[in-house]
Design a protein around this ligand. Structure first.
Ligand code: GAP
Length: 512
């Protein structure tokens, strides 16, 4: 299966099996907004819980909070989001459609890259084994021209954004003859910066002064509570504060399903440390976070670090953890050494001291911060892309989600072989006994084969079949999703087996 097919299949599988639906679909949906269905919400809760436990249960010095989505408007002035959290936008005057100028340029670069690749493939076919791709890419005039054009776009875009010269970016769009994908015209407005925050009002009367913003990141709720948590939790530096919750961004470019949404969830942790030690902690968290990803059993080669060369003005180190999605390597998590920027700014704007008093040295200082920030929805998409597989069994395609058992929406299905002879009653008894410990499913409709396939498709790791022998021997067949191996086990053993195989503690142990 190629990547394009895989992605299409994952998206339609999500809808067909109750993982993700377009928001308000009966009204034709809302761009870049999605709802999670009955299986999606379980998977998402489990991913969130694994992250939460790994932070607040496994680490003795990380405390959790849940701050409100609404925050005092000054928060966003202090954090720099009011002045600097924007994308360069351009409108087409004919279609009235709005685009991100940088995305129009990136799409154009993609086309140039595809043309260069096509030339290379033609040459490879012509020269056969003796073909030297590196040499060809650096000497063939047509390929060199494409590659130079790509670099020219990069440089001009970068300079335009860094210097705030948006005219340069518009001129580049015109120079390249980029047309509106809808109207096909080159009739563009100027490029303007467009703030990504959504605003609303605090009171019923719109006054302009009481504008509130829907938070574009959860991190600021942690910064403003730094002293509350430190004092009430008697926390000693170094320590962290973790939070999960919704964030909102007016992303104009809706792309790649739940990869870039307007309403999404973040799982963030700010680690407060002594100035001068932040780069050691940065290295620690960089390694620790990749370890968390790898604990879920995905091939290490599907991940890579992308170190930032150009750093935001407040950071002294930053890296993305990227995953090889079907549409290429993309960021799933960021680790940023944010210095004392945020706390200093909140100190300045609130007039309140946000310092840590170190009782051992009698010093008082603004701590430095290392942040880990992962998108829950991207992690969800990653889990589905990594686990979606198609096997052929007896000439038929079997779709399986090989989700780690601890994250699976349903841990086990209890299936009476037939709908008579007391088997449904026995299945129900097992279900009623185990449902206090596990999320289960019970079903007696259709053939057992069909029921197995439905459970494979939602990633249920175990199917427990009750048959006539069960009535006599007090045992059942347990079927393993990944191998389809079947074993006979005593009903009295089921609880222990399911705990051993599906508890999150086995994942957490890999991190210790
Ligand atoms: N506090 C730092 C921060 O917000 P970010 O790189 O803007 O950093 C962190 O976001 C993570 O949030 C990203 O790595 C990504 O997983 C997720 N994320 C950001 N924007 C998103 C969007 N529009 N839709 C889904 N996830 C998003």
């Amino acid at each position: 299966m190629n990547n394009e097919d895989l992605f299409k299949k994952v998206v339609s599988h999500c809808k067909e099996y109750g993982f993700v639906f377009p928001s308000s679909e009966i009204y034709d949906g809302l761009a870049a907004v999605y709802d999670y269905g009955q299986n999606g919400v379980e998977l998402r809760n489990n991913i969130r819980q694994y992250w939460w436990k790994s932070m607040t249960q496994l680490q003795t010095n990380i405390l959790g909070i849940d701050a409100a989505i609404f925050m005092h408007p000054k928060t966003w002035k202090a954090s720099g989001h009011i002045d600097g959290f924007s994308d360069p936008m351009i409108d087409n005057k004919d279609s009235k459609k709005r685009y991100r100028a940088d995305v129009l340029l990136e799409d154009h670069q993609e086309k140039l890259r595809a043309k260069a690749d096509k030339e290379v493939e033609k040459a490879r076919a012509r020269f056969g084994d003796s073909f030297d791709e590196t040499m060809y890419r650096s000497t063939n005039p047509r390929v060199v021209e494409y590659l130079n054009a790509i670099a020219h776009i990069d440089n001009t875009l970068k300079e335009g954004l860094e210097t705030g010269n948006l005219g340069m970016i518009k001129a580049l769009i015109e120079e390249l003859g980029i047309v509106c994908p809808v109207s096909g015209s080159k009739y563009w407005t100027d490029v303007r910066q467009f703030n990504l925050m959504y605003s609303t009002q605090m009171s019923a009367v719109e006054s302009g002064e009481d504008s509130l913003y829907l938070r574009p990141e959860t991190a600021q709720g942690i910064f403003v509570n730094f002293l509350n948590v430190q004092k009430s939790g008697r926390a000693k530096i170094p320590f962290g504060i973790a939070q999960t919750g919704k964030a909102f961004r007016n992303e104009i470019v809706a792309r790649q399903f739940i990869m870039r949404m307007k309403e999404f969830e973040q799982m963030e942790m700010q680690f407060f440390c002594k100035p001068g030690t932040e780069l050691e902690w940065y290295a620690y968290w960089k390694e620790q976070r990749l370890k968390w990803h790898l604990s879920l059993g995905v091939y290490a080669a599907k991940y890579r670090y992308h170190d930032h060369v150009k750093l935001a003005h407040y950071a002294n180190a930053a890296v993305d953890i990227e995953f090889d999605f079907p549409f290429g390597f993309k960021e799933v998590e960021g680790i940023h050494s944010r210095t004392d920027f945020d706390l200093s700014k909140h100190e300045e704007f609130s007039g309140k001291k946000l310092r840590y008093f170190d009782p051992e040295t009698n010093e008082s200082y603004i701590p430095y911060v290392v942040e880990t920030s992962i998108g829950l929805d991207r992690m969800f998409l990653l889990t589905l892309c990594a686990s979606y597989t198609e096997d052929t069994v007896d000439g038929e395609v079997r779709t399986v989600l090989r989700i780690p058992p601890a994250l699976a929406p349903v841990k086990a299905a209890i299936l009476p072989l037939v709908k008579k002879d007391g088997l449904p009653e026995m299945a129900e008894k097992i279900y009623n006994d185990l449902r206090f410990d596990f999320k289960l499913y019970i079903e007696d409709k259709d053939s057992i084969g069909k029921r197995y396939r439905r459970m494979d498709a939602i990633g249920t790791p175990f199917c427990i079949t009750v048959d006539h022998d069960s009535l006599i021997n007090e045992d059942v067949t347990i079927r393993y999703r990944d191998t389809m191996e079947q074993r006979r086990v005593k009903i009295s053993e089921l609880r222990d087996i399911l705990h051993r195989e599906t508890d999150m503690s086995s994942l957490l142990q890999k991190l210790a």
